[in-house]
Design a protein around this ligand. Structure first.
Ligand code: ZN
Length: 294
């Protein structure tokens, strides 16, 4: 084969490959990494807990997938399933709020932007609340606030540690002041939980912002974040306009808030379950020592 033929054959093969790759990406066989742009075999990505095996980019995950990643298989019992959002203000933006709720529920499943329940993690009982950013940006309306408050109260009653995985754009504007009230309600419930000696661990994932960060997400006894997660209150653009100055490149990242003392540690997702299990065991150790006299 002449060099010219070889180049022609290679070009043709590349074109075919590119077309096939496009088709496979569309079919869901491949996923392009948001950060390094490498094509990733979707099955391998899922197996790696939705963390890019090439560059370590943490993809956002649905609440139910997160629960499956964290707790013992088959141990999760969902709670507060009877709570459903209503439209107290008759709110309409680009579409009616009721329609938005219906569409999000159809696309993402029931449970609104927060799934709550009880489970075991490496055999240790925990109360769990996991936010779903894919449901209306993980926004906190009355139902999210009420589900979390009940979970805190249920954890208090059962004397169980509480783990919350946060992912939110903030308060749900479609519920106006009612959504802002959830900040005070969840914080008050956590204060009662803390006073009774309960352990509250919060995991901040990308992004945790607004009224959620300004309430329960920043009140953990231990605050963990995933690498590179956006963590903050108002967005970078708003803050720059207000401060009238440029913010640093890593502003509002997990790494910068760790450096500035807002959180306790950054744990990559593949290590998260193990770390939570260690922290729960450390918390339980003194109580066990009291019981056994050790
Ligand atoms: Zn990557």
């Amino acid at each position: 084969m002449s060099l010219r033929d070889w180049f022609a054959a290679r070009k043709k093969a590349t074109l075919v490959d590119t077309e096939r790759e496009k088709r496979e990406v569309a079919d869901g066989l491949w996923t392009k990494c948001t950060d390094c742009h490498e094509p990733l075999y979707t099955k391998e990505l899922l197996h790696n807990l939705n963390v890019c095996p090439k560059c370590g980019y943490h993809f956002r995950v649905e609440a139910r997938e997160r629960i499956a990643q964290l707790v013992d298989s088959g141990s999760f019992r969902e709670t507060n399933v009877e709570l459903l959002s209503i439209d107290p203000l008759g709110f309409v933006d680009s579409k009616p709020y009721v329609q938005r709720l219906r569409e999000n529920t159809a696309a993402r499943g029931p449970g609104d932007a927060l799934i709550t329940g009880k489970a075991t993690l490496e055999g240790q009982p925990v109360s769990l609340a996991v936010m779903n950013f894919f449901f209306m940006g993980g926004s906190m309306g009355s139902v999210v606030g009420e589900k979390l408050t009940r979970t805190i109260e249920q954890a208090l009653e059962a004397r169980q540690p509480l783990i919350v995985v946060a992912a939110s754009g903030g308060a749900r504007m479609q519920e106006g002041t009612l959504s802002l009230m959830q900040m005070a309600k969840t914080s008050a419930a956590l204060a009662r939980f803390a006073k009774a000696g309960g352990l509250y661990i919060v995991v901040l994932t990308d992004p945790t912002t607004g009224g959620v960060m300004a309430s329960f997400a920043s009140l953990g006894d231990l605050i963990i974040a995933e690498p590179s997660a956006t963590i903050g209150f108002a967005g970078k653009r708003v803050n720059e306009a207000m401060l009238r100055q440029k913010t640093p490149a890593d502003y509002q990242t997990a790494e910068s808030v760790l450096r500035n003392g807002l959180i306790d540690m950054i744990v990559p997702r593949p290590k998260l379950r193990e770390k939570l299990s260690q922290l729960l065991a450390m918390h339980m150790a003194p109580a066990l020592a009291r019981v056994t006299g050790g």
